[in-house]
Design a protein around this ligand. Structure first.
Ligand SMILES: Cc1cc2nc3c(=O)[nH]c(=O)nc-3n(C[C@H](O)[C@H](O)[C@H](O)COP(=O)(O)OP(=O)(O)OC[C@H]3O[C@@H](n4cnc5c(N)ncnc54)[C@H](O)[C@@H]3O)c2cc1C
Length: 380
């Protein structure tokens, strides 16, 4: 069987996962990455049970488990760390025979890269132009190189150059929330060792999760009514000093130079993800707010579904089926995540009291049903 030649733009989590899935199905994809070296930001990442089900199918789950911390739960708490709502991840571990994990982004990238045919990856190739023709797709890079492929998959992230060129009407919108994230060395108490806690107060929140017995990933958010400060990391100790231990210690213990700060943005839902021979994947297609910890999870699901569709159908049918199988779920996740982010930042004391009571009284079966929907994979 003659496989189409496939070019992938972007060697992020989505692009690499897609390349691995394609290789396992007998394709020989080429990946073009703008960076001269792959150095993901120094932060952690949650791989939800859905992402891990995909990696199990691709045979990566054991390697990932060996380099990560298994999560038993994710909890929303008050600023004193008293739990308001808890998602039981052990239940889904038992159901699907694979855990949810937390690990360093650099570890995830390292493991993904080990499964890529290194001849397939071209670093220092920033795409500057893409041209769909009736027979192929022509790519032009900033370094002067040009390539042709039968099909191109754009996994070039939230600010996707391909998306802007193909769908100039697409729009990123601000959530007016600023996020800091980093890693630090600290041994957490035993009762904080097995899950993620996200503490909510008034217009700020702080999440932390162990990545190993001595390493912790943390993130902090603030409503950015005042927009960017000149030195946003200088704000951190003042914003979170009232939060319970170990939050102030985590901030104090972190090297300021390693704190990554950015405004949280999301993509306004796109009607179409494909045009002629080019198709979008991951954040390029549906960048969402990080409140459910599902952005990469959705890119990873895309990767498997799109590869399976290309394995089964001709490209027009494959792109159509991929969008049909994935779009509804990612839209629902984006909506739920946006809503959660807004509620988390309520400032009025009465609204906060109502929110906290509601979180504490939502029945367990309802939370489990919603989580099951997030973790359910599509069948191609
Ligand atoms: C604060 C925060 C916390 C998050 N936490 C989680 C979490 O815990 N769990 C989770 O599942 N998700 C999380 N996410 C979301 C997750 O990081 C993204 O959804 C995921 O990285 C998307 O992967 P991607 O491959 O689509 O895009 P990216 O990871 O952005 O990769 C795109 C790649 O394309 C390259 N590229 C861009 N333009 C070009 C070009 N013109 N030419 C060539 N290459 C190009 C880039 O250099 C990059 O390597 C979080 C996001 C944020 C902001």
């Amino acid at each position: 069987l003659q496989r189409p030649s496939i070019g992938i733009i972007g060697a992020g989590i989505g692009g690499l996962s897609f390349a691995i899935a394609l290789q396992q199905m007998g394709f020989t994809p080429h990946i073009y990455e703008q960076a001269a070296a792959l150095r993901p930001i120094g932060a952690g990442i949650i791989l939800g049970n859905n992402a891990m089900q995909v990696y199990k199918k691709l045979g990566l789950d054991e390697e990932l488990c060996a380099r990560a911390e298994r999560l038993s739960y994710m909890a929303v708490t008050r600023e004193d760390l008293a739990i308001l709502a808890k998602t039981d991840l052990d239940y889904f571990h038992q159901q699907n025979n694979v855990p949810s994990l937390a690990l360093e982004r650099s570890e995830l990238h390292r493991i993904l890269l080990q499964h890529i045919d290194r001849r397939a990856l071209r670093l220092d190739h920033r795409l500057v132009n893409i041209q769909n023709t009736t027979d192929d797709v022509r790519l032009t890079f900033a370094n002067g190189w040009c390539f042709r492929h039968d099909l191109v998959i754009a996994a070039d992230g939230q600010s996707s150059h391909v998306r802007k060129q193909l769908f100039p009407e697409s729009q990123l919108r601000s959530t007016s929330q600023l996020c800091w994230r980093s890693l630090t060395d600290l041994s957490l108490q035993e009762n904080l060792r097995h899950g993620l806690r996200e503490a909510w107060a008034w217009g700020t929140r702080f999440g932390f999760v162990p990545l190993s017995p001595t390493r912790v990933y943390w993130y902090a958010l603030q409503s950015t009514v005042q927009r960017y400060q000149r030195e946003p990391d200088a704000l951190l100790p003042n914003l979170f000093y009232k939060y319970a231990s170990p939050i102030p210690e985590l901030i104090r213990n972190t090297n300021r130079q390693t704190v990554h700060a950015e405004e949280i943005r999301e993509l306004k839902p796109l009607k179409n993800w494909a045009k002629d021979r080019v198709c979008l994947l991951g954040d390029a297609a549906h960048s969402t707010t990080p409140n459910l910890g599902q952005g990469a999870g959705q890119a990873i699901e895309d990767a498997l579904v799109l590869a399976q569709c290309l394995d089964k159908y001709a490209y027009q049918a494959a792109f159509g089926r991929y969008q049909e199988l994935r779009q509804r779920k990612v839209r629902w996740i984006a909506r739920s995540s946006r809503r959660l982010g807004r509620i988390a930042h309520w400032m009025h004391p009465a609204a906060v009291a109502f929110r906290n009571r509601l979180s504490a009284t939502t029945p367990g079966w309802l939370k489990r049903r919603q989580t099951a929907r997030i973790f359910r994979l599509a069948e191609v």
